[in-house]
Design a protein around this ligand. Structure first.
Ligand code: HEC
Length: 115
């Protein structure tokens, strides 16, 4: 029994924090991460951390992102994923946020890894 509980304790949080899994579940319906893949309902996110906000040339952004005039960094991305509308009022990301801080951190790690 003790071994079972330990196994559950280890795999539970590990799974929840696997950024790729979180991305597949919450983001992939709108966003591609393979470089060169066509934009879907949302822009391609390959290399997004460090990239200009609104920087996928194949995607038509809202004025909110189009006119942001700066680059994504990890801190801004974490805030955006918590509440897109608060960071960029009028964004078309809408309510597609991640309420759990651990999920946001995991997805940020994942997005930093896709170049
Ligand atoms: C229902 C579709 C949808 C889902 C689900 C969604 N997004 Fe988005 N996302 C968008 C749209 C549309 C935009 C463009 C927003 C704009 O132009 O204001 C966007 C923009 C972004 C941007 C800015 C990209 C850039 O080039 O500046 C990031 C980063 C982002 N989304 C991350 C995510 C992550 C991470 C998730 C999963 C937690 C997610 N999105 C879920 C539709 C979605």
């Amino acid at each position: 029994m003790r071994v079972m509980a330990l196994a559950l304790a280890l795999t539970g949080p590990a799974l929840a924090q696997d950024g790729r899994v979180v991305f597949e579940n919450h983001c992939a319906s709108c966003h591609a991460v393979e470089r060169g893949a066509e934009a879907g309902p949302g822009p391609n996110l390959a290399g997004v951390v460090g990239r200009r906000i609104g920087g996928d040339r194949a995607f038509g952004y809202s004025p909110a992102l189009e006119q942001a005039g700066r680059n994504w960094d990890r801190a801004l991305l974490l805030r955006f994923l918590a509440d897109p509308e608060e960071v960029f009022p009028g964004t078309w990301m809408g309510a597609n946020n991640l309420p759990e801080a651990a999920d946001r951190a995991a997805v940020a790690d994942f997005l930093q890894s896709v170049r």
